[in-house]
Design a protein around this ligand. Structure first.
Ligand code: AKB
Length: 324
């Protein structure tokens, strides 16, 4: 029997776009359907396999895509992130919770093989220990995004226990990438600084210089997502809430690392409402459960990521396509 296809929701977003391309490389372009709500896909994404405009909160639309393409696995990446979630909490609840519930129900009814659904460090809150944050700890977030992530983890685990649906997920830290800009998150400064360093030689950072958060480079994010997908489900003790870390740095340390390559970079710090969100999240993570249960190991550190990011962005800048 032919292998069932894969659907990536939120495929035009920061993680979804690179995940789709990685999956297409692995399984072939036609086997991976990219879905987005409104934003037009970049040519590379549009031309390398099927693309559908689909609202994930609409069950009929989702059922249509699952049947049309004979979908077996869904990577459910569509979400409203933390900063936009605070501006539009009802939209955040609707997209993140109703979207997830629609996907899980579809997975149950169509007996899908797997659902991969991201959580985030936003699941933690100000009462959580902030250094080396444990896998099992206080989950009392103060953002709507965080509320949807905790509720989402619980809902995913409920579907595992109650309906035997194979659901897996990671608590992503801030993800730094060179292909698609993130939109609406608190950790976006750690991406924007690279672009602005190359484009203008200066950057105004919206969190304080001493703000430390856990971060990860996109190739490691893709690796973590695929490694968890491939893990033997029967050996997993956790399912939808794995802490995954790579490294942590302050905004000041990030600027200092970029200055090793661009010494003239000027950074000023003008904290805005996102500072409060950053202050409620962990500074670093204990990801021993991911390491023990499915062998998680990151490949990049701050220095190797910075080298690679600047190389890629410089090339695009020279071609006049930095922001594409
Ligand atoms: C955000 O900043 O909202 C996201 C996240 C950490 O989940 N990047």
């Amino acid at each position: 029997m032919a292998e069932k296809r894969i659907l990536v929701t939120g495929a035009v977003g920061q993680i979804g776009s690179e995940l789709t391309m990685a999956l297409r490389e692995r399984h072939g372009g036609d086997s991976v359907v990219a879905a987005g709500r409104k934003t037009k896909p970049r040519p590379e994404l549009r031309d390398s396999g099927p693309f559908e405009f689909a609202d994930v909160t609409d069950r009929e639309v989702l059922d249509g895509v699952i049947k049309k393409y004979d979908i077996g696995t869904i990577y459910h990446m569509a979400a409203i992130l933390s900063a936009v979630g605070e501006e539009k909490p009802l939209l955040c609840w609707n997209v993140n919770m109703n979207g997830l519930h629609t996907v899980l129900e579809a997975a149950r009814e169509h007996s899908l093989e797997k659902v991969i659904c991201p959580s985030s460090i936003a699941a933690f809150g100000p009462e959580t220990p902030r250094d080396n944050t444990p896998q099992e700890t206080v989950l009392r977030p103060t953002t709507m995004y965080g509320v949807t992530k905790v509720a989402g983890e619980l809902l995913c685990d409920y579907y595992v226990r109650r309906f035997d649906v194979d659901v897996r997920g990671l608590r992503y830290p801030g993800i730094i990438s060179s292909e698609t800009l993130p939109g609406g998150g608190t950790t976006d400064y750690a991406v924007a600084i690279y672009y602005e360093a190359i484009d203008k030689g200066k950057y105004t950072c919206f969190v304080r210089e001493d703000t430390a958060l856990p971060m990860m480079y996109m190739p490691d994010c893709i690796k973590a997502t695929l490694d968890l997908t491939d893990a033997d489900f029967s050996k997993l003790k956790h399912h939808s809430d794995f802490n995954v870390g790579a490294f942590s740095f302050t905004a000041g340390e990030l600027a200092a690392e970029i200055r090793k390559h661009i010494p003239e970079l000027e950074v000023t710090y003008e904290p805005d409402s996102r500072q409060k969100i950053a202050d409620s999240w962990p500074r670093s993570l204990d990801d021993s459960a991911a390491r023990e249960e499915w062998g998680w190991e990151p490949g990049y550190d701050l220095a190797t990521m910075t080298q690679d990011m600047l190389e890629k962005l410089r090339k695009r800048h020279a071609e006049g396509k930095l922001y594409q």
